[in-house]
Design a protein around this ligand. Structure first.
Ligand SMILES: NC(=O)c1ccc[n+]([C@@H]2O[C@H](COP(=O)([O-])OP(=O)(O)OC[C@H]3O[C@@H](n4cnc5c(N)ncnc54)[C@H](OP(=O)(O)O)[C@@H]3O)[C@@H](O)[C@H]2O)c1
Length: 308
C-alpha cells in the first residue's frame, strides 16, 4: 500500500511538472521588455521565432543579407509591433559588434533597458573531411558557429545585468549533434558541444542574477535553409545521401516545434532536447560516454566516396 502511494505521488508530481513545462511563459510579464533580438532571423528557425514574437513585442532581426531582412520587415509592416533589422555578418570582425549594435540602438531611438530577450541562433553546417579544407576556412566556421555566439552572450549578459527589477532571457540554438561525435562534421559537433557547455555554465552563473539561459538541442529541422548550404551538398550540387535527406525524414522536427520548445521552457530549465531523435542521442551519450560513441561512428563509411 505504501509503495502504491509513493508511486502515485511520483506520477502526480511528474505529470504536474510536465504540464508546467509545456505551458507558454508569459514573456511580457516575466521579462518586462519591448524588444527581442534574434540572430539568424532569415533562416527557418529565425523566421518562425519572428512570426511568434512579433505578436507580443518588437523584434530586432539580425542577419547578413539586407534584402532578406527588408522582405521580413515588409511582411510584418501592418503588425502592432515593429521589425527593426540590424545587418551584421558574423564572419566580420566580432570586436566591432558591440559598438555597432550600440550605435544602431541609439540611431533607432531604442532604450537598451527595453531589450529583454535575445535568441542566439545563427549557424550553418559544413559536411566534409577535416583534412580537405584549410585552417582559414576552419577558423571562419568556428567564428560563425561559436565565436559569434560568444560575442552575443558577452554583449547581452552585460546588458541584462543592468536591467533593474526584472528578469531577462538568453536562448541559444545548439543541436542534438552537440552530444555526439561524427564523421565529416567535426567542427559542427565541436562548436555545438562548446555552445551547449557555454550556455549551461552561464545558466549556473546567472540564474540567481536575473538572466534565464536556455540551450535547445533540436534533431534535424525541416523547412530551413540549413540543408541548402553548399557545405551540405555533394559535388555537382547533389544532395548528400542520408545527411541531405534527413531534413524531411521521420527524425525531423519543424521550426514551429523548436520555437514552441524555446517559448515554453525559457525560465524553467537550462536545456531541452527537441524531437525523439535528440532525446535518444542525449540519452545514448549519457549512458555510453564519448569513447564508445567515437568508436561506433568510426565503423560507418557513410558518404566516404562522395565527400572525397
Ligand atoms: N536545420 C537543422 O536541421 C538544424 C538542426 C539542429 C540545429 N540547427 C541550428 O539551428 C540554427 C538555425 O538554423 P536553421 O535551421 O534555421 O537554418 P537556416 O535556415 O540555414 O538559418 C541559418 C541562419 O543563420 C544565418 N547565418 C549563417 N551564417 C551567417 C553569418 N556569417 N552571419 C550572419 N548570419 C549567418 C543565416 O543567414 P542567411 O539567411 O544569410 O544564410 C540564417 O539566417 C543554427 O544554429 C543551426 O546550427 C539546425
Amino acid at each position: 500500500m505504501g509503495l502504491c502511494k509513493l508511486l502515485l505521488t511520483l506520477i502526480l508530481i511528474s505529470a504536474s511538472f510536465f504540464y508546467y513545462l509545456t505551458q507558454y511563459t508569459n514573456l511580457i510579464k516575466k521579462y518586462k521588455c519591448k524588444y527581442a533580438v534574434i540572430t539568424g532571423s532569415t533562416g527557418g528557425i529565425g523566421k518562425e521565432l519572428t512570426s511568434q514574437l512579433i505578436k507580443k513585442m518588437n523584434v530586432i532581426t539580425v542577419a547578413r543579407n539586407p534584402a532578406e531582412l527588408e522582405k521580413i520587415q515588409e511582411q510584418y509592416k501592418d503588425e502592432q509591433f515593429k521589425i527593426v533589422p540590424f545587418v551584421f555578418d558574423f564572419v566580420d570582425d566580432l570586436n566591432t559588434f558591440s559598438d555597432k549594435f550600440d550605435q544602431f540602438l541609439t540611431e533607432k531611438g531604442i532604450d537598451k533597458q527595453e531589450v529583454g530577450m535575445c535568441f542566439s541562433n545563427a549557424g550553418y553546417g559544413d559536411y566534409k573531411p577535416f583534412e580537405s579544407y584549410n585552417y582559414i576556412e576552419k577558423a571562419k566556421f568556428v567564428q560563425v558557429n561559436f565565436d559569434a555566439h560568444l560575442a552575443i552572450c558577452d554583449y547581452f549578459c552585460k546588458l541584462f545585468l543592468t536591467r533593474k527589477n526584472t528578469k531577462s532571457a538568453l536562448v541559444i540554438t545548439s543541436s542534438a549533434l552537440s552530444h555526439t561525435p561524427g564523421k565529416y562534421f567535426a567542427l559542427y559537433h565541436t562548436t555545438k558541444a562548446a555552445l551547449s557547455s557555454l550556455g549551461n555554465a552561464l545558466y549556473a552563473e546567472y540564474r540567481r542574477k536575473g538572466i534565464d539561459v536556455l540551450v535547445v538541442h533540436p534533431s534535424s529541422v525541416s523547412n530551413t535553409k540549413f540543408y541548402q548550404h553548399k557545405g551540405i551538398k555533394a559535388e555537382g550540387d547533389k544532395t548528400m545521401p542520408v545527411i541531405g535527406q534527413i531534413e524531411n525524414s521521420f527524425i525531423a522536427v519543424t521550426p514551429k516545434q523548436v520555437v514552441n520548445r524555446m517559448l515554453t521552457r525559457v525560465g524553467k530549465i537550462n536545456q531541452s532536447q527537441v524531437g525523439w531523435a535528440a532525446v535518444s542521442t542525449a540519452l545514448f551519450a549519457t549512458c555510453s560516454g564519448r569513447n564508445i560513441q567515437g568508436w561506433i561512428w568510426s565503423l560507418f563509411s557513410l558518404n566516404d566516396k562522395l565527400v572525397k
